[in-house]
Design a binder for this molecule. Structure first.
Ligand code: SAM
Length: 249
């Protein structure tokens, strides 16, 4: 259950104490961190790269901007932003999970980007208000316990004229639902077991997608958090959606 002070929440299809979700999610990402990028390519047949490219294009990054990548994990977005800024501007890679963040930070350094990496919870961002021009969160919101708090924090740290981009799994269009179910609940956990030695984490992935707010619900949540001109793009028939919202004042 989401809300101001929820006592329980979803962890996939399980209902767990709200205070316990972060620990369970941390377990998932500590377990998969070293195989995360390979699994992403295999699971999505490389499509996650196209979804992220679309997100990067929609972000309209310009030199001099300050960008915050929340739940940035292995830094796919942060690296692309840093490449575009070419040292003029700031890209902050953040994640709650030390294992994911250290893979991401190493990849940034391997690319020659000297940018900050900060371990922090999206629900309580350690940044001043109105600091960033862009905030992005890719495949991260679904894992957060109090999504409303996280969205409010992302709104707080954006300056007027700033933009939030949320890339996340969403509700697939109806004719594909059956096929998608078979893929998610039969194929994914097997792939996870084989490649990452961890079927449970990939079962959690499939379940967490099903309990995540659909496109229209998430649009309403962004509006509720104070974002204006909220819109979304369905990608791959709604397997994934990119939501955008602006901060006007
Ligand atoms: N953004 C990266 C990408 O698109 O490849 C990583 C996405 S990965 C599926 C989800 C990430 O969300 C994990 O690295 C996890 O540690 C992070 N995460 C989960 N809950 C979080 C929270 N409350 N605050 C910040 N990061 C969180």
């Amino acid at each position: 259950m989401e809300g101001e002070h929820p006592t329980t929440t979803h962890f996939g299809f399980e209902t767990v104490a709200a205070g316990d979700k972060a620990r369970r999610v941390a377990g998932v990402f500590h377990s998969v961190a070293s195989r995360y990028d390979l699994m992403n390519d295999l699971m999505s047949l490389g499509l996650h790269r196209a979804w992220k490219s679309f997100t990067i294009a929609q972000a309209s990054i310009r030199p001099g901007m300050r960008i915050l990548d929340v739940a940035g994990g292995t830094a796919d977005l942060a690296r692309a932003f840093a490449r575009r800024l070419q040292g003029r501007g700031e890209v902050w890679l953040t994640d709650i999970n030390g294992s994911m963040l250290s893979v991401g930070r190493d990849r940034m350094l391997d690319d020659g980007h000297i940018q900050p990496a900060v371990q922090c919870d999206a629900e309580s961002l350690p940044f001043p208000s109105r600091y960033f021009d862009r905030v992005t969160v890719a495949f991260g919101l679904r894992n957060m316990t109090r999504k409303e708090h996280a969205l409010a924090e992302m709104r707080r740290v954006l300056r007027p004229g700033g933009k939030l981009l949320v890339l996340e799994f969403s509700r697939v269009c109806q004719p594909l639902e059956k096929l998608y179910d078979v893929y998610s609940f039969e194929v994914l956990p097997r792939l996870g077991a084989r490649i990452a030695g961890d079927a449970d984490s990939y079962r959690y992935l499939a379940e967490s997608i099903r309990v995540h707010p659909d496109q229209e619900t998430l649009k309403g949540m962004l509006e509720q958090a104070g974002f204006a001109r909220v819109r979304y793009f369905n990608l791959a028939a709604g397997v994934v959606a990119l939501h955008e919202g602006l901060v006007l004042e």
